[in-house]
Design a protein around this ligand. Structure first.
Ligand code: ZN
Length: 385
């Protein structure tokens, strides 16, 4: 079942990946994860059942505290970085025998603890298993990814394996709302990283993400003029009507051929916020006397597939084939905390979570049988980069 020993694999000079360490280890790691598959699923259920919507500070602090205890038991030095509005981002440092080496040149593993689901969603849509699929709010994006990293670090400790570099694990609490609190922490750790691995879900089907377009967030403020709708309707300028015109204009900016996607996400009596690319600044009011004002801009820069990223992907692909599956790559829209790190010139592999589908949707689920091999891939990446 595990035909290829790691010692024979090519070494990629761009990243000086060390395939000689743990050269008999791939099979041992996979059987470790096959053996604790039920435990990994149970741990995932535990994470799903700790609801942690972005901006629910108490909830994200609680899940960070609980996860911190699990990680501390795998030998990590754990810190919680707290914010009154967003809760706690968790930072865990692992030495794994590299006591002499500084954190400069570290391997950074990034995930997020927050979800898009309001507290109480779980009551309507509890964790459940149907055949090979496990469902639950936030399971695909990305509590299964958080579980993978936790078990990867445990496997490295329990199997007595070596890593080439120090590893820092960062679990942010505000990714789904733009990482306004965690961005500085991500960039500080990313700036000292040799490479970064991001635990976001893969593209459904399992491909990891080596390119992402980036994200902008804009707020459009529309001002009309109030008047009594019954006594003096002609004196009024309806901001709501103007907003309707603007929404249609914004939707026209969608250009799938060029990869531009625009979405009006929230509309409230005269106030509108959305997520898009650049042409926003050309919007003009349609109704005489209405005024519009644009706020916001690009939040997440693009994640560009560089030569280093390509080398890192080839390495991951090689490791996957040794584990027994074909790893594909793709470029997708949106962004993650990996975009901030890629912008610093650090190679990033995104989408290393468990296969599934339905991020931010009600059918959100993971594929249970994908768990052991993804955990093995992540562990092999962490120890060999
Ligand atoms: Zn995510």
């Amino acid at each position: 079942m595990f035909p290829v020993p790691f010692a024979g694999a090519p070494v990629l000079p761009l990243l000086e990946i060390d395939l000689m360490k743990n050269d008999d280890g791939g099979p041992a790691v996979l059987s470790y994860f096959e053996a604790c598959r039920a435990e990994m699923l149970e741990f995932t259920r535990g994470l799903v059942e700790q609801e942690s919507m972005s901006r629910e500070a108490d909830a994200t602090r609680q899940i960070a505290e609980n996860l911190g205890e699990s990680l501390a038991s795998t030998g990590a030095a754990v810190e919680l970085l707290n914010d009154p509005h967003y809760g706690s981002t968790l930072r865990a440092r692992f030495n794994h025998g590299n006591d002499e080496s500084p954190n400069d040149g570290q391997l950074l593993v990034v995930g997020h603890l927050d979800t898009v689901w309001p507290i109480g969603t779980l009551a309507d849509r509890p964790f459940r298993i149907e055949g090979d699929r496990a469902f639950g709010p936030g399971i695909f994006d990305m509590k299964a990814g958080v579980m993978l990293a936790t078990f990867a670090m445990r496997a490295i400790k329990e199997l007595g394996r070596a890593t080439k570099r120090r590893t820092t694990l960062l679990m942010t609490c505000d990714e789904e709302t733009g990482s306004h609190f965690s961005r500085d922490i991500i960039e500080e750790e990313g700036g000292r990283a040799h490479a970064a691995l991001v635990l976001e879900p893969p593209i459904p089907g399992g491909a990891i993400k080596t390119g992402r377009k980036g994200v902008g967030e804009f707020e459009l403020i529309i001002r009309g003029r109030s008047a009594h709708a019954g006594n003096d309707p002609r004196a009024g300028i309806s901001a709501i009507t103007e907003m309707a015109h603007q929404i249609l204009a914004i939707n026209k900016l969608n250009d799938y051929g060029r990869g531009t996607t625009v979405n009006v996400g929230v509309a409230r009596g005269g106030v509108l916020s959305n997520v898009i690319a650049a042409a926003m600044s050309h919007l003009q009011p349609v109704i005489d006397g209405a005024r519009i004002e644009m706020r916001g801009g690009i939040n997440r820069p693009p994640l560009v597939r560089t030569a280093k990223t390509g080398a890192l992907f080839e390495h991951a692909k090689q490791l996957a084939s040794e584990i027994g599956f074909e790893l594909k790559e793709g470029s997708v829209g949106g962004g993650s905390d990996g975009n901030f790190i890629a912008a610093l010139g650090v190679p990033v592999l995104d989408g290393l979570g468990v296969d599934g589908a339905g991020a931010h949707a009600e059918h959100e689920h993971i594929i249970i049988s994908d768990i052991p091999r993804r955990a093995t891939l992540l562990t092999r990446l962490i120890e060999s980069i």
